[in-house]
Ligand binder design. Structure first.
Ligand SMILES: Cc1cc2nc3c(=O)[nH]c(=O)nc-3n(C[C@H](O)[C@H](O)[C@H](O)COP(=O)(O)OP(=O)(O)OC[C@H]3O[C@@H](n4cnc5c(N)ncnc54)[C@H](O)[C@@H]3O)c2cc1C
Length: 475
């Protein structure tokens, strides 16, 4: 009987899954495997809530796979070093003639997969890698000169033209094969990590409802609402995309099915949302074509030598939401309490961190990973490099968000601030954005600003300017 193993990684779903569909169509027996790597998760600074999200999803996906008559089996490899041998042994013990999986573009993952492919081929096990991680696979989006893009806009134009040639179509349900799925022991208790954060739902109906509701009810107003943290105007599916409980291709297919050409033509909310999905693809694309970004290097490599501040007290105040800038503090406290942060707030706190505190973006990248339920190496790394002005499309170093103006614009009534900084709940919407100018904040139990806006902006501009001049002289 011909058997195949499908290796699940950051694609914890049973539909919209090419390796699984292919295996079911071509083999009499299909076994799914997931390699638990707790040491690797610690190395990647995964948040407790993200680890538990993966474990919860494994429980659900096991049942979903059973409806396709596929057993999900877990093996514990601790980290990537032991994984290739363990996976080979697993395939051999199940007499599998093939191993199928979806590509991952991060560097460590590519090294791991290369080793797995080599081991399998030495042992006559066929390996096939599919590309469901992105909507459009990264090697297809190239400039006329056949080189990879370094900016989002030209990348997006080509990405969209490729997408329009073959839009993903809604998938039909599983074909019923004549197989049976056996019960296998499945106890994940010991892998759970203690956290105060409420678990994020990962059931099939939670996921399809969240996506469908957003696409039908909120996506048309996405362009108007997406920047206001007090409004529930974004999809909040990033955690599902980050572990692959939801496929990005499925998101696009459902968007197009619901909104037809509006989804792929500029000028409306749904198109703006499609563009955000493309940003997710873009940061994976950057990692695929410019792997140095996955090795602790900035995209613009000369910035590796820029000397950031090392003020640990500032780093702690930022983490704990005690900077005296209410919008920054509200966002950082919300992150700690929920594991998630609104995109506008990620941009504000990241700009404040890099440009007001002038702290190293790598520290913050790790800190975000340690807190986020949607922690995703490519998007997080891309977001931080962009904010620090060292990445692709980087905001120029001299364009610096004024946190007070951002607060007045995007949380005008201070609704979001009051939710997370209760010390300021009695201040008017006029005073809440700069409370130290209008109240004795220390008496309220709040904080004075840890840095002065004008001074810190001037310092950052000076540091960048001097660094750029020095680099130009020495090159
Ligand atoms: C400093 C910084 C760090 C970030 N870290 C992460 C991270 O670890 N994981 C993560 O998924 N996103 C990250 N982002 C991107 C973005 O903030 C989140 O994807 C978004 O807030 C998730 O909310 P949503 O699902 O409601 O998104 P929506 O606005 O509804 O967008 C839909 C989806 O598009 C993708 N997307 C949207 N914006 C971006 C973006 N700027 N870059 C890449 N993909 C995007 C996400 O998958 C998102 O779920 C980061 C952004 C910044 C500035």
């Amino acid at each position: 009987m011909s058997a195949a193993v499908v290796w699940l990684r950051n694609d914890l779903r049973s539909q919209w899954h090419s390796p699984l569909d292919y295996a079911i169509a071509n083999h009499e027996q299909v076994i799914a495997v997931y390699c638990l790597t707790p040491k690797q998760w610690r190395h990647y600074h995964y948040a407790a809530c993200k680890i538990n999200l993966i474990l919860d999803r494994l429980d659900v996906v096991r049942d979903e796979l059973a409806t396709r008559q596929v057993n999900l089996i877990l093996i514990d490899c601790d980290d990537f070093s032991a994984l290739p041998d363990a996976l080979l042994a697993f395939c051999q013990s199940h007499k599998a003639e093939a191993l199928y999986f979806n590509a991952e573009y991060e560097w460590d993952e590519r090294v791991r997969d290369k080793r797995v492919k080599a081991l399998c081929s030495e042992n006559s096990i066929k390996v096939a890698c599919f590309h469901d991680t992105c909507v459009v696979r990264p090697d297809l989006v190239m400039s006329k000169q056949q080189s990879p893009y370094k900016m989002f806009t030209p990348y997006f134009n080509t990405w969209l033209s490729i997408l329009l040639q073959a839009l993903p179509t809604p998938q039909t349900k599983a074909n019923k094969a004549k197989r049976t799925a056996k019960e296998v022991p499945f106890d994940l208790t010991s892998y759970r990590v203690k956290t105060e954060i409420n678990p994020w739902p990962v059931g099939e109906s939670d996921i399809s409802q969240a996506l469908q509701q957003f696409i039908l009810e909120k996506a048309p107003d996405y362009a108007e609402n997406r920047d206001y943290p007090a409004i529930d105007g974004t999809s909040q599916i990033s955690h599902l995309l980050s572990i692959g409980a939801l496929s990005a291709r499925q998101c696009v297919a459902q968007l197009v099915q619901a909104h037809h050409h509006q989804a792929t033509e500029p000028g409306n909310g749904v198109y703006v949302w499609l563009k955000e999905i493309a940003w997710r693809d873009f940061y994976r694309y950057v990692m695929f074509h410019f792997p140095h970004v996955a090795k602790n290097q900035p995209f613009q490599q000369h910035y590796h030598y820029l000397k950031w501040s090392t003020n640990e007290a500032h780093f702690l105040a930022w983490q704990d939401g005690k900077t005296g800038y209410p919008i920054v503090d509200a966002a950082m406290r919300a992150l700690k309490a929920t594991g998630w942060m609104h995109n506008r707030l990620r941009m504000i706190v990241a700009s404040f961190y890099c440009k007001h505190l002038f702290l190293p973006w790598r520290w913050a990248e790790d800190y975000f990973m340690s807190q986020l339920v949607d922690g995703d190496f490519a998007s997080n790394n891309g977001g931080w490099q962009w904010s620090a002005s060292v990445g692709t499309d980087a905001a120029p170093y001299f364009r610096i968000f004024n946190p007070t103006n951002q607060s007045q614009k995007y949380d005008a009534n201070g609704e979001f601030i009051k939710r997370w900084v209760p010390e300021l709940k009695n201040l008017s919407s006029k005073h809440i954005h700069q409370p130290h100018l209008h109240a004795d904040v220390l008496k309220l139990g709040y904080y004075l600003p840890i840095v002065d806006h004008a001074e810190s902006v001037a310092r950052t501009k000076r540091e960048f300017k001097q660094f750029i001049e020095m680099s130009q002289q020495s090159s």
